[in-house]
Design a protein around this ligand. Structure first.
Ligand code: SF4
Length: 221
């Protein structure tokens, strides 16, 4: 499938997802926030779920977290328009609680399909929830941030790179400093893009974690 075909497939899948009622979050969302960005982006950012502003605007990472992401990416010479933005859950989770296993279990096929179609080199997970889901390991983001691991996602090997969530870093200066340092390593990780060698390289950390729900350690998003 070439880039144009993958872009068309992403669009068709987004349309299909827009009416999704696979889980109870359909009843409380304003809209499905499927994801956005270039269909051949080398970097994909994956957060937990749409928040209040994302639910209304229909795009992942709205408001001040988006502004911070833009600033951090500008610092490494990248624009947000070069990055594919996604969340594990495509509908807003009520603020008073965490996502339920049946909700992310119902929703994760959308993310895996996005990973298959976009074929990023680096998947940066923002916060504990997305990191645990995509690594298949219950690691808190405080321990896992800034340490890339090679995993199989969407049928191919990618570098999973956990980062603090910008919404958390906005209010914690020490966390922001760490996030800035971790983001500064992205060019080196992306610069090693050599899709074919990466796809044929040995896997350092397991697993094709698709459809393998693990205990989720929450905390710092
Ligand atoms: S959270 Fe995902 S599975 Fe649940 S209704 Fe929204 S799009 Fe469908």
């Amino acid at each position: 499938m070439d880039a144009a075909e993958r872009a068309a497939a992403l669009g068709a899948y987004a349309l299909e997802a827009s009416g999704c009622e696979r889980c109870g979050l359909a009843a409380t969302r304003t809209r499905v926030v499927y994801g956005s960005g270039p269909s051949a982006a080398r970097l994909m950012l994956v957060g937990e779920s749409p928040g209040f502003h994302e639910d209304r605007e229909g795009t992942p990472f709205a408001g001040r977290p988006r502004e911070l992401l833009e600033r951090l990416l500008a610092g490494i010479g990248m624009g947000l328009d070069e990055v594919y933005l996604a969340t594990v859950l495509k509908c807003r989770v009520p603020a008073s609680r965490e996502p339920l296993p049946e909700e992310w279990g119902a929703c994760e096929p959308y993310l895996y399909r996005q990973l298959e179609l976009v074929r990023p080199v680096v998947v940066a997970t923002l916060g504990s929830f997305a990191t645990t889901l995509l690594s298949g390991r219950a690691l808190g983001i405080t321990r896992a941030h800034g340490q890339e691991v090679e995993v199989t996602l969407g049928g191919r090997r990618v570098l999973l790179y956990p980062l603090f969530h910008p919404a958390a870093a906005l209010y914690t200066p020490t966390m922001l400093e760490v996030l800035e340092r971790d983001v500064a390593r992205l060019p080196a990780l992306l610069g090693g893009d050599e899709r074919a060698p990466l796809e044929s390289a040995p896997v350092a950390v397991a697993p094709d974690v698709r459809r393998t729900p693990q205990p989720v350690q929450l905390g710092l998003f």
